[in-house]
Every structure is written in C-alpha cells, then in structure tokens.
Design a protein. Structure first.
Length: 237
C-alpha cells in the first residue's frame, strides 16, 4: 500500500500542476491513465460498480464521482481529483481539490478549511481510537469555517478493496462508534460546500452535486494506523 500510495500521490500532484483553463476533464483523465500504466499500476476505480474511467474529476458544484468528459475547466473553477490505485494487489484512495488560475477568496477558504479538517481528523488516528473521534475533529473545523458538511458520503476502510468497513463519517461524537486498531488502513475524506449540505445524484447515475449549486471541495488520504499513531500512505508533495 505504501508503494501504491506513492504512485497515487505522484499522479495527483502531476494533475494538480497540469490542470489549466480550457483543458477538458477527459484530457486530464487520459493523462492519469497514461501515468498509471507507466508505473505498472492499475486504476482501482475503472469498472468499480461499472464506473467508466480511471479517475473521478468533479468541478465546482460537483462534489464527487464526476465522470471525465468534454467539459472544459475554466479559470476560477474548483477541480477535485479522486484517484484509486491498485498495485501488487493492494489499493489506496486519495483526493485533492485545486482552484484553476483565478483564486477567489471564498473558494480558497473552502479548500483550506476542508484540507485542514482532513489533517485534524487524521491526527485523531491511533490504536484504539473510535470512528466518532475522527468525525468530531473533522466536523469542528468545517463548522468553525461555516461550511456545509456532506453527510451522505463517508470515509471508509481501504486496502484489499476500494471500500471496506467501517464507514467513517465527517461528523460525529468523540468516544463513540467502532474502534480502530493498529494495522488497519482507512481513507479519511472530508467533503464540504460553501452552501447546502444536501446533495443529489445527476442523471448520469454517478456525479454527486450540491442541491443549491454551491461550490464544493474534497480532500482524502489513505492512512495506516500504527502502534504509535499513524502513517499517511498517500502524502501530497
Ligand atoms: Mg477517493
Ligand atoms: Mg474514498
């Protein structure tokens, strides 16, 4: 999973540094496909529940599970890349959001707080911690920043499969929920919006969108719980 994690973060940072106005999301996905292949890895999302591409790319009001296509990204757009990598039989899952060119103050606030909430959540990981500890830490940051918290989608165990138990919500009460143990690997993934917490699934059957059309952000890391704390397996460069 460490090796898979390195590949995943290399490709996400390449996408982050490559995305610019007038690129189609399909062109970005094709770049990801090429880079995955060049590293001898496999795209974990391709064919997962019949998902049609190697990566989810979601723009602005699209929260997650966006299907790459003809849409051209524009200056000021928030683009979220969510990538699952399978390598030597093990899987990691990671995501990040970027703003293309023009930096809007509100959108920057959204991205910064969502990323910060991810690390606050991760920081609660240790042998014997409870799932509610993580959600509580994530929720506190998002609430303080007045952001909508997506509750219909959750973090999860990961490793042998893309999604494993337990579910890890981005809200919760400390000291409640399943216990996590050293040796477990989990994907922590806050999703937040500048408006509504309500989402719906687009007619394409995949793309999750905010009900009020507000912009959203998504950050995710795969993390190993160790005897002494944790190790992030998909660290951003
Ligand atoms: Mg993901
Ligand atoms: Mg995930």
């Amino acid at each position: 999973m460490k090796r898979a994690g390195r590949i995943c973060s290399e490709i996400l940072s390449l996408l982050k540094n490559t995305v610019k106005a007038d690129m189609s999301t399909k062109a970005l996905a094709d770049l990801a496909a090429k880079e995955i292949k060049a590293r001898g890895a496999k795209p974990a999302f391709l064919g997962y529940k019949d998902f049609p591409d190697v990566i989810c790319i979601s723009v602005n009001e699209e929260v997650v599970h966006g299907i790459p296509g003809k849409r051209l990204v524009q200056a000021g757009d928030i683009v979220s890349f969510d990538l699952g990598i399978a390598y030597e039989g093990m899987i990691v899952d990671s995501a990040l959001s970027v703003i293309v060119d023009l930096k809007d103050k509100n959108k920057l606030r959204l991205l910064n707080a969502t990323e910060q909430s991810l690390y606050k959540g991760i920081d609660r990981l240790r042998d014997g911690c409870r799932v509610g500890d993580i959600g509580n830490a994530v929720e506190k940051v998002l609430r303080k920043s007045n952001l909508g918290i997506i509750r219909d989608l959750v973090g999860h165990g990961v490793g042998h499969k893309v999604h494993e138990d337990p579910n890890i919500p981005n809200y919760g009460v400390s000291g409640t929920g399943p216990s996590l143990r050293a040796g477990m690997t989990v994907a922590i993934e806050p999703m937040a919006t500048l408006g509504s917490e309500q989402v719906y699934i687009d007619s394409d059957g995949w793309t999750v969108k905010t009900a009020d059309g507000s912009a959203s952000a998504h950050f995710e890391q795969t993390v190993l719980i160790t005897d002494n704390g944790y190790e992030i397996l998909t660290p951003f460069n």
